[in-house]
Design a protein around this ligand. Structure first.
Ligand SMILES: *Cc1c(COP(=O)(O)O)cnc(C)c1O
Length: 354
């Protein structure tokens, strides 16, 4: 039976999610805050109105309208809804290029770009970032020229490094791209950078966002904003009921109360500055500045694995990136949590590294 499984699928390992039961979760860029109790009650009342015996609205038109308003998206652009932005990446990869054609992104970056390229029988090309995690523009332009990628993914800001690429470099990449460029703005709530402003200038650009990092990771809603000529084609590949009724109803409710999520994001940004300062004060830590809700941090030679395990023993789960890419040697990634969570992390680090 196993002979029927594609060799390239057999060769990869499954996306691994760490067991987090009972742990302080600072590994996955989740928003640490819930909703105030009265809001939760209102949401429950809204949920009671949803009809789970009916199929969802296939177009998700109600939440698209609310997204337009909250994110200020002009009517000339289309919106494609996905079960998380992971599904958007999959839809785009399915639609673009022929088997063996190239999907390109800088490395290190979001791992799903490469995984989904494999799933969809595309060839993934990764172009190393410079040691300061900026785009190696010369290398990018050479790779684009050589491989003629169908799609280029740029996470802006990048995960797991947290930095923004310069606007000039991003525009040079878009100008050189023979196919489509997707700006992945998963961390839009934590930065001023806004790729939607570039859509008017470039026909071969689309902007991908998600509600996951701003506080609704469990609902699974990602979306692509772009020109109709591309999105009308992608829409054909989207499965008709990919956004379930509970997600549609909950997202509609959440977007009606977006000020709550926005305030939480602002608090996380303030906490990011405090966590940054605290990490800088640890003499052995080298934190990298971040435009997202996490901070990448390098430790001295041979220390990352030890610190990761010592944090785990203290019931604090972070992301260990050591060994995942040469540029991430001795690096751990910390999600910015609630104030008490960040204090717990810092206290633990002070114990461990000194
Ligand atoms: C978290 C993340 C995503 C995935 O978001 P979902 O909408 O939860 O699938 C996409 N891109 C980047 C860069 C991310 O960090």
């Amino acid at each position: 039976m196993k002979d029927w499984i594609r060799e390239d699928i057999k060769a990869i390992s499954a996306y691994h999610v760490q067991d987090a039961s009972g742990m302080l979760k600072l590994d996955a860029m989740e928003n640490p805050y819930g909703w105030p109790e009265p809001l939760k009650q209102k949401w429950l009342e809204a949920m009671a109105q949803t009809q789970m015996n009916r199929y969802p609205d296939p177009s998700g038109s109600a939440i698209k309208e609310k997204l337009r308003a909250v994110e200020v998206i002009d009517e000339q652009y289309e919106i494609l809804l996905g079960n998380g932005s992971d599904e958007i990446i999959q839809i785009v990869a399915m639609c673009m290029g022929r088997p063996g054609d190239v999907i390109l992104s800088p490395l290190p970056s979001f791992v799903m770009f490469k995984m989904i390229s494999t799933f969809t029988e595309k060839q993934f090309i990764g172009v190393p970032l410079l040691p300061d995690f900026s785009l190696d523009l010369d290398a990018m332009l050479r790779a684009i020229d050589e491989h003629q990628p169908a799609v280029i993914f740029l996470a802006q800001p990048n995960n797991p490094t947290g930095n923004l690429y310069s606007k000039e470099a991003v525009e040079k990449v878009i100008q050189a791209a023979p196919g489509l460029v997707i700006l992945d703005e998963a961390y839009r709530a934590f930065t001023d950078a806004n790729g939607v402003e570039l859509l008017a200038k470039y026909d071969n650009l689309a902007v991908m966002r998600t509600l996951s990092k701003v506080g609704l990771a469990g609902l699974r809603l990602g979306y692509l904003i772009g020109h109709r000529s591309w999105l009308d084609e992608f829409e054909k590949v989207r499965l008709p009921y990919n956004i379930n009724v509970l997600t549609q109803a909950s997202v509609a409710f959440a977007l009606d109360h977006y000020d709550v999520l926005q305030q939480q994001a602002d608090t996380i940004k303030q906490q990011r500055a405090l966590l940054m300062e605290a990490l800088q004060n640890l003499s052995t830590a080298e934190p990298f500045s971040s435009e997202a809700n996490f901070i990448l941090c390098r430790f001295p030679q041979g220390k990352a694995n030890t610190i990761f395990e010592a944090l785990k023993q203290r019931q604090i789960l972070v992301k260990n990136l050591h060994g995942s890419h040469p540029l991430l040697d001795e690096c751990l990634r910390f999600t910015v949590g609630a104030p008490n969570e960040n204090q717990q992390l810092i206290a633990a680090l002070q114990e461990i590294v000194f």
